[in-house]
Design a protein around this ligand. Structure first.
Ligand SMILES: Nc1nc(=O)c2c([nH]1)NC[C@@H]1CN(c3ccc(C(=O)N[C@@H](CCC(=O)O)C(=O)O)cc3)C=[N+]21
Length: 298
């Protein structure tokens, strides 16, 4: 069997067109132009590319996409101050602090990333990293949904892949992807209804015993570990759906957490890297920015 390739780029484009139409409607109704401000500290080349892509996607959707560039030498206190002023600025609806923050920032001692993220006003927290937004999600009454897991929910829904009653194995337990992903798919109702919810979810990670065997029991396998091609074909059940969240730069190539070429002969459907989950993450960020503008207008 050769898997159906799940085209995240195309679906991301559709979502962005939907968001653009909703933005136009919001503005025509007297709403302010939604504004996302990304805060980029230092000169990490990958982060620069991501931030540029985000601001370009914003502009195409009728969203004001700003980037605040700060030197790597910025201190913790200065960065907190910048975020607090964005919190106070009524023209800014969404704030995103690009991660990772530079290791040698804050005068060489590194940033306290948690404290930085905690500074972002929860009503402007389009990444959904703040404890309030994480808590609301846990309780099944989300405000903002985290962009990458929400993008995956949209992808599954829009390609007609139900997870209800199925066994989903999420490999990776990060706050950004693994944890919220597991929670969203186990819920009674998700953002796209009951079909992309109600899963039986296993969270696997670096300490999981017999990882290969656990993965083999997955109807839907979601790889979010950040290790290039760690998920090999032997770990995938025949006919499983495979979602690859990994974006790893190996030399000048971009590879996922799944060994794609062999995996596609076992899976029934699989996301490629690039062109899979990545473009959906950006699409959901635009969605959250419009939501933030609407929330703040109320
Ligand atoms: N506060 C914060 N929020 C984030 O959401 C966040 C972040 N920090 N730091 C970095 C990661 C990574 N991330 C990506 C988003 C889109 C693509 C994407 O669209 N990738 C393209 C390829 C792009 C390329 O060629 O480099 C694709 O997969 O097709 C990749 C990576 C968001 N992140």
């Amino acid at each position: 069997m050769s898997a159906k390739i799940l085209d995240g780029k195309q679906i991301g484009l559709e979502i962005r067109q939907d968001v653009a139409a909703q933005v136009a409607e919001f503005v025509a109704g007297g709403g302010p132009k939604p504004c996302l401000t990304a805060v980029l500290v230092g000169e990490d080349p990958a982060s620069q590319v991501y931030v540029r892509n985000k601001s370009r996607a914003c502009e195409k959707a009728g969203i004001d996409g700003r980037t605040l560039r700060l030197p790597a030498e910025t201190t913790q206190a200065e960065l907190v101050e910048v975020i607090e002023s964005l919190n106070q600025d009524p023209a800014v609806h969404g704030i995103l602090v690009q991660l990772p923050l530079p290791k040698k920032g804050n005068g060489g001692s590194g940033f306290d990333e948690r404290a930085i993220l905690d500074t972002v006003d929860p009503m402007k927290d389009v990444d959904a990293f703040s404890p309030v937004n994480v808590g609301l999600l846990m309780q099944g009454r989300p405000r903002f949904l985290p962009c990458t897991p929400h993008g995956i929910v949209q992808l599954l829904h829009r390609t007609g892949l139900s997870v209800a009653g199925k066994h989903v194995v999420v490999v990776g337990r990060s706050d950004i992807v693994g944890k919220p992903m597991a929670m969203m798919l186990a819920q009674r109702t998700g953002s796209c209804g009951e079909d992309v919810a109600n899963a039986t979810v296993t969270i696997a990670h670096s300490r999981t015993a017999n990882l290969a065997e656990v993965c083999q029991t997955a109807d839907v396998l979601i790889a979010a570990v950040g290790v290039p091609e760690m998920i090999t074909a032997d770990m995938i059940a025949n006919g499983a759906v495979v979602i690859d969240v990994g974006i790893n730069r190996v030399g000048d190539k971009l590879v996922g957490d799944v060994a794609f070429d062999a995996a596609k002969d076992k899976a029934s459907a699989i996301t490629p890297v690039p062109g899979g989950v990545g473009p959906l993450t950006i699409a959901m960020l635009l969605h959250n920015t419009l939501m933030a503008a609407k929330l703040q207008q109320q």
